[in-house]
Design a protein around this ligand. Structure first.
Ligand code: HEC
Ligand code: HEC
Length: 366
């Protein structure tokens, strides 16, 4: 009798645990809103092939994946801002493409609205893939037998529009939610995260971080899709951190940046560059914080190297720059609470990432 009483709760707990973990497995998007995905797997794999193809750049050296590196959170961990065509430095840090289907506007300044159209920015930017025109890109791809066959799956064949559709389909498939935080917060699994993480989430709300990095009742996008002045852009425009720099890429190659590009970079006006509205100067789109532990360095210019540095930045009240959002103000934040906040941010790393990297590299198992 006594044994049975003991056995039942254990049995029940293990059934609940199994249900929880299979629910979690079945839901890579746990914690995200439902996103529209491409149904046809052939379109997704065509998009993936294009994403990794260096022939998409003018001199056949640079693929999308070389700036959005799967193993580096589909971002770039070694560079503050990307290096593109012939070693030229871009103005901004390469953002992660994990969960990119979430955004209503694209780029730090929100100048694009769909992944289908977005591709023309990197394909044509003279410091990125440096193609001379849209027609040029289509013409090159049409001359490649492998693509001619694969684009036959669209009735109109290879066009600017179907090229956009394929690349968009692959990027939308990079869904990486279902983090320990989600299993705790949305499924009630108390053991999914530590006590420190739970405290960190309480700090995150108390300090007003969730005002901009939204957590809603049924989903947690960690972005409000809006543009804010955190002080970073202004600080940079005052000449902080500019000048030529050297990087070691891939542990071996050293690249030294050209000074003239830093000059332009120091005047990054963010949202203003899309709207020309003086109110929008130095405003940047709130990034989602999902998988943020994988995507250092941080902010649009990559000037904050670690999550600890980001937390210190917020604690000191940003740069107290003109027009800075009033919610970014000096915080009283003892060391212990900073550690809690950091632990919370690290709990936002999705269990799906290993699978997405393996798929990206065409390996069946992570
Ligand atoms: C030279 C490096 C580089 C290459 C090559 C590159 N990107 Fe990017 N990507 C960036 C940078 C830097 C940004 C941020 C630019 C900005 O906000 O103005 C970005 C932004 C994006 C965004 C917007 C993400 C967001 O959060 O809004 C998407 C989507 C994207 N890239 C997809 C691609 C695709 C698809 C390709 C290939 C066709 C590609 N990128 C090639 C560096 C690169
Ligand atoms: C007023 C809105 C707002 C508030 C409040 C806010 N953030 Fe942010 N956060 C932003 C914006 C905008 C950026 C991007 C700034 C940029 O790119 O220069 C950002 C960037 C970040 C990043 C870097 C993400 C990346 O991928 O580069 C982290 C981490 C972060 N915030 C955490 C926090 C934490 C923790 C708090 C609370 C202490 C907080 N934020 C409060 C708007 C806000």
């Amino acid at each position: 009798m006594a044994m049975q009483i003991l056995v039942y709760p254990i049995f029940f707990a293990s059934v609940v645990a199994t249900l929880l973990s299979s629910a979690a497995m079945a839901q890579p998007n746990l914690g995200l809103p439902d996103l529209q995905l491409e149904d046809n797997p052939s379109v997704v794999s065509l998009g993936q092939k294009l994403f990794f193809d260096r022939r998409l750049s003018f001199n056949n050296t640079l693929s999308c994946a070389m700036c959005h590196i799967p193993e580096q959170g589909f971002a770039q961990n070694q560079l503050q801002t990307s290096v593109g065509f012939e070693g030229q430095v871009t103005e901004r840090n390469a953002p992660t493409l994990l969960n990119v289907g979430l955004y209503q506007t694209l780029f730090y300044d929100g100048r694009e609205f769909s992944l289908e159209n977005q591709i023309w920015s990197p394909l044509l930017a003279d410091r990125e893939m440096a193609n001379p025109s849209m027609g040029w890109v289509i013409e090159q791809l049409q001359g490649m037998d492998d693509y001619e066959d694969q684009f036959a799956l669209f009735s109109e064949g290879l066009t600017a529009s179907t090229l956009g559709q394929a690349l968009a389909a692959y990027q939308r498939s990079l869904i990486a939610a279902n983090s320990p935080f989600d299993r705790w917060y949305f499924l009630g699994d108390q053991s999914a995260v530590s006590e420190q993480v739970k405290q960190g989430f309480a700090q995150f709300k108390r300090l007003g971080c969730a005002d901009c990095h939204l957590v809603l009742e049924n989903e947690a996008p960690f972005t409000d899709q809006q543009f804010h002045n955190t002080g970073i852009g202004y600080h940079r425009s005052m000449g902080n951190g500019s000048g030529p720099r050297s990087f070691v890429v891939g542990g071996t190659r050293t690249i030294t940046t050209l000074e003239r590009f830093d000059d332009r970079r120091s005047n990054d006006l963010g949202r203003y560059e899309a709207t020309q509205d003086p109110q929008d100067r130095w405003k940047f789109r709130t990034p989602s914080l999902r998988n943020v532990a994988l995507t250092a360095p941080y902010m649009h210019d990559g000037t904050l190297p670690t999550l600890g540095a980001v937390i210190d930045f917020y604690a000191q009240g940003g740069f107290q720059a003109p027009g800075q959002d009033p919610r970014i103000r000096t915080l009283s934040l003892p060391v212990e609470q900073r550690a809690q906040l950091e632990a919370f941010l690290k709990s936002l790393t999705s269990d799906e990432v290993g699978r997405l990297i393996a798929l990206a590299r065409n390996k069946s198992n992570p």
